[in-house]
Design a protein around this ligand. Structure first.
Ligand code: ADP
Ligand code: TYD
Length: 356
């Protein structure tokens, strides 16, 4: 499967459909073949299931487990009829909701057993997970201020007017999913303007597409060929991009600024990459941060990797986040994970200088 699967998640009215459509337009303009889809309902069978499960007249009549199987049945059809074939054809698939909705709504919202749900989801999807999930997070007060649609569906009307504890549980479900899969699920603060939210959505996607490329392209060739060009006078970003295309990279996003590129540049400038002619230097974190936030992420990653070489990527990311918070007083963003990833990979390739 060579395409890219992106899902959007969030509570009702969080603004995820708005963001998903903006991303669809953006990627299409940049030359990607993109398919926009949604759950429940984007197949012929799905339309019938959607009517069964969301129409108001069935309010209160659907058992929670039955509801879960209806959403799951829709998903089986959706995956096999539309998502997999599109990914096999190399397209980008953007889905408005996917498995995390079932975990959050039927699991946390309705209280069904989470392990059972995961098992059913695994069967329903044949194990297909999104490459990138964007969770548009908003609090309940923000949602209540937004205009409600004239006709809301059965689940949307859940405890309307009350404390909305159902949606609080659903939100908690997304939060816990995000914490347990930080390399797949990215939280974006959805309480701001549509354009401010979209800026972050783009950052996440551009960075994740480029992180995927780090796994597809020979990183050693990429880095050394870039350094060679830089030492002959080409600017780092041009050298990085040129090498990328030479090595068969196809992403339209690669020429833009992104965290692996900036992180690697900092490692090089500080003399941390083997064979680089620059002197090894160890400046203050704050000093690096002021030059390049991604550089700071990459350098911090190395520090922890050298301390504990078998550290996992998620443990590494947690430690970096804590440090950025405590030492720099900044809130780390998940879309900066590309820089630590490149440091991690370079270390495992044996390309890092680590003698003091
Ligand atoms: P969802 O798909 O999560 O239910 P929508 O994208 O359909 O949400 O948005 C729900 C409503 O909120 C729509 O009326 C939309 O125009 C509005 N909306 C979306 N994003 C924002 C935002 N960032 N700020 C204010 N209103 C928004
Ligand atoms: P929809 O009209 O698509 O609303 P939204 O714009 O909020 O996505 O309605 C989908 C509703 O179905 C929404 O309330 C969430 C719910 N849902 C589940 O409870 N479980 C699921 O697995 C899915 C896919 C959706």
């Amino acid at each position: 499967m060579s395409g890219i699967f992106i899902s959007f998640e969030g509570i009702d009215q969080s603004g995820k459909s708005t963001q998903a459509k903006l991303l669809f337009d953006h990627l299409q303009e940049r030359g990607y073949e993109v398919v926009f889809t949604y759950e429940p309902g984007d197949t012929e069978l799905g339309q019938e299931i959607r009517r069964l499960v969301l129409e108001r007249k069935s309010q209160g009549e659907i058992d929670a487990t039955a509801e879960m199987f209806l959403f799951s049945a829709d998903r089986v059809q959706h995956v096999n009829e539309l998502i997999r074939p599109s990914l096999d054809a190399g397209k980008v698939v953007i889905s408005d909701r996917y498995v995390d909705s079932t975990l959050a709504y039927q699991g946390y919202g309705r209280g069904l057993n989470l392990d059972d749900l995961r098992m059913v989801q695994n069967v329903a999807t044949g194990g297909l997970k999104p490459d990138i999930t964007i969770w548009i997070d908003v609090d309940l007060q923000t949602v209540q201020k937004r205009e409600l649609p004239l006709f809301s569906d059965r689940i949307e009307s859940e405890d309307r007017g009350g404390e909305r504890t159902f949606f609080q549980r659903v939100r908690q479900g997304f939060k816990e999913a995000c914490q347990s899969e930080p390399n797949r699920i990215f939280r974006v603060d959805g309480t701001r303007s549509i354009s401010a939210v979209f800026k972050d959505v783009k950052k996440v996607v551009v960075n994740q597409i480029s992180v995927r490329d780090l796994y597809k392209i020979n990183l050693k060739d990429w880095v050394f060929s870039t350094i060679e060009k830089v030492e002959k006078g080409t600017a780092w970003n041009y050298a990085w991009q040129e090498t990328y295309f030479e090595l068969g990279g196809k992403s339209k996003e690669s020429g833009r600024k992104f965290s692996p590129m900036n992180g690697t540049e900092t490692l090089y400038r500080l003399g941390r990459i083997k064979g680089s002619r620059k002197p090894f230097r160890n400046p203050e974190l704050k000093e690096i941060w002021n030059c390049s936030t991604n550089g700071a992420y990459a350098i911090l990653a190395l520090e922890y990797i050298l301390e504990k070489p078998d550290i996992s990527r998620s443990e590494l990311w947690t430690k970096i986040q804590e440090r950025i918070r405590s030492e720099l007083g900044e809130e780390p963003a998940n879309f900066n994970q590309g820089a630590p990833t490149v440091a991690y990979k370079l270390w495992h390739l044996g390309l890092i200088v680590h003698d003091k």
